[in-house]
Design a protein around this ligand. Sequence first.
Ligand SMILES: NC(=O)c1ccc[n+]([C@@H]2O[C@H](COP(=O)([O-])OP(=O)(O)OC[C@H]3O[C@@H](n4cnc5c(N)ncnc54)[C@H](O)[C@@H]3O)[C@@H](O)[C@H]2O)c1
Ligand SMILES: [Zn+2]
Length: 359
Amino acid sequence: MRIRSSRGATDVLVERGALDALGTALPARIPGFSSTPVLVHDAASPKGLVARALRGLERDGLEPSAVALDLRGGKTLAQAEALCHALLERDCDRTAVLIALGGGAVSDLTGFVAAIYLRGVRYVNVPTTLLAQIDASIGGKTGVDLPEGKNLVGAFWPPTVVVVDPDVLTGLPATEWSSGFGEVAKYAVLAEDLLALLEATTSSPTNDPALLDQILAMCVRTKVRYVEADEFDRGVRRALNLGHTIGHALEAATGFALLRHGEAVALGLRAEAHLSRALGFASSEFEQRVVRLLRRLGLRTTIPALDVDRVLAFARHDKKREGDAIRFALPVAPGETRMVDVAELGRIADAVRSLFESA
Ligand SMILES: NC(=O)c1ccc[n+]([C@@H]2O[C@H](COP(=O)([O-])OP(=O)(O)OC[C@H]3O[C@@H](n4cnc5c(N)ncnc54)[C@H](O)[C@@H]3O)[C@@H](O)[C@H]2O)c1
Ligand SMILES: [Zn+2]
């Protein structure tokens, strides 16, 4: 798949075994590919993946070097600066190519450094979590967190190539699978064919490689479609915020400790389907369909009761805020969403409460 943007094109490859063939795949797609690419990875990510990527590059005569990021404190400006120093140490000039190997934290940070180092160098994403493969690695949003909040500093800087190798997901911890499945559920609400596939299947994507490949391709295609239609996230792409207004607020209200991002998105999807039905947009049949989908994907659909006012306060501080109303991308029907500013906070509170275990 190819995404055309104001900064050129991004090729997105979905292929098993691609991790071992980076040395042929990348130079074939990137004119003037550096003979000394810099592989940036999470110090905590599986060593085997880093070794395979390096071998795949060396086999084709390239001389890669590796930089390990310490992301235990999240993606920070300090880590971005450390990466800049590592690039200077290697005499990287404007022809440099960075290769981000890892989850969304690695691609967000590496992409951000690619945007600012020498006012911009090229980079490639090789995502290794489900969430990064279907979401974070595609679309050109890069950045780091500040102590005050997530993704507060960043740039639109699309990668030149994204290499999605489903094989690298073997060994992904269960919580990371769930986190990715939360975003899969979001795409299923946006893409009717994916919803139908997930409803019809009797096997689990974690042990059915053919099914997983199909799901990955459909999710990636959906993301590509929205990104290409709205490069800078000012219009139709906001549909990708489905489940995120309440999802983000739940993450923040629970101190980013209880829920992985995609798990919060799944809960957000359920609450927003409830809200959409309460406001008369979605049918109760569709709301039930969303809940069944989340269960099929093994996602939690309830949480212990928490302070609703706190959740609403975080939702109000969400970037999507407009005046006093809270802006939502609400699920309406398969493949259909609606941007709505909801001023009736009581309705939103009810939707959050519908998630509580005792509800
Ligand atoms: N730019 C975007 O459009 C966008 C979209 C969504 C999320 N994000 C960002 O992505 C980040 C979250 O990404 P994530 O969910 O991938 O989490 P992550 O990058 O924090 O990775 C999660 C964990 O999985 C480990 N890991 C990675 N690959 C593995 C593998 N193959 N096997 C075993 N362990 C592996 C990592 O070492 C890490 O500990 C957040 O910073 C979020 O803001 C960005
Ligand atoms: Zn998300």
